[in-house]
Design a protein around this ligand. Structure first.
Ligand code: FAD
Length: 289
């Protein structure tokens, strides 16, 4: 099923996982998926090399298994900055052979590991390429606090609108810890004529190193109330985990009450945390009337 169709029925609740490193024990991701599929999420997305790693070679197989073994819709992430058009075609053909219908089309981060080929300078180039040659449902990324490379919020919205005009059917946001950033961005996106569903990306922050890395990579603001929690519990792992879960539940409750299209939970491959959050919010995820 194409993910864009899900929003007609309900508040979407989806999950994100990352593939194991090439030398890691593969059975672990399947145990994780087994437990996550109990949640019956609307879809599970699988990253590809996120954060500059090269752990993407299993993305297609895992996305395909999510559908075939667990009966859950899947989305395969596809960064394009270091792909030639011929390589992109190979990947897209492979996805088609595996029965994948949904792709999160991304540029990918510019890191010391990436060598841009020039064939795809932005996610919009990949979206156009896919639309011209295939029939996939296309998701794209967006940034309530503006992408770190953007000159301004206006510029950011201009290019986001362009991405949607090229064919993005559904957007997922970068994580944010202050819902007001999302509400402000959402309103401006609608004014700019961006009319596709926008899912809010929520990351339960359960350790200090993780959030320091995200702040550095994504430029996410840490609200005072969040910093207080972090400082109070940084030396007590269980308390920090529970506080991170409570914070995420609070964010999601507020977003659903405001009528968000969907929640995309960055699970960090932790089914325990995903279950705790889902259990707390499942009755809030309403059927649309
Ligand atoms: P783009 O849409 O190309 O935007 C990048 C910058 O260029 C922005 O500042 C934008 O305003 C500007 N821009 C966009 N289009 C144009 C244009 N046509 N002309 C000029 N400027 C333009 N990375 C991974 O490597 N693997 C993953 O699996 C992954 N998953 C992600 C999932 C989500 C939900 C999100 C939010 C991000 C994910 N990322 C992943 C990170 C992403 O690759 C980076 O944030 C990357 O730096 C930008 O990707 P993008 O697709 O948003 O790029």
């Amino acid at each position: 099923m194409k993910t864009a169709e899900l929003f007609e029925q309900k508040t979407v609740f989806s999950l994100e996982v990352f593939p194991p490193k090439p030398d890691a024990d593969e059975s672990v991701i399947y145990q994780t998926l087994e437990q996550l599929s109990d949640i019956k999420p609307d879809f599970i997305s699988v990253t590809y090399g996120a954060g500059g790693g090269k752990n993407g070679c299993k993305t297609i197989q895992i996305a395909s298994d999510i559908q075939d073994k667990y009966g859950v819709e899947s989305v395969a992430h596809m960064p394009c900055i270091d792909l030639t058009k011929a390589q992109a075609k190979e990947i897209l053909d492979d996805m088609q052979r595996h029965g994948i219908e949904n792709i999160l089309a991304l540029r990918g981060d510019r890191t010391s590991d990436t060598e841009p080929t020039g064939d795809f300078r932005h996610a919009s180039d990949l979206i156009t390429f896919i639309k011209d040659n295939y029939d996939f449902n296309i998701l794209a990324a967006c940034y309530p606090e503006v992408h770190p490379e953007s000159c301004s919020a206006v510029d950011e919205l201009k290019w986001l609108k362009y991405k949607v005009d090229c064919g993005a059917d559904h957007l997922i946001t970068q994580l944010f810890l202050d819902n007001d950033h999302f509400y402000d961005f959402h309103e401006k996106a609608r004014i700019a004529g961006i009319d596709v569903p926008i899912e809010a990306g929520i990351m339960p922050v359960t350790n200090k190193r993780q959030i320091e890395r995200m702040v550095k990579l994504c430029g996410v603001e840490l609200p005072k109330k969040f910093v207080r929690v972090l400082e109070k519990y940084e030396h007590n792992a269980t308390a920090l985990r529970d506080a991170g879960i409570a914070y995420a539940i609070d964010q999601i409750t507020d977003l659903i009450a405001d009528g968000v299209d969907g929640i995309h939970l960055y699970t960090m491959n932790n089914p325990y945390i995903a279950h705790r959050i889902y259990d707390a919010v499942q009755n809030l995820i309403s059927v649309r009337v």
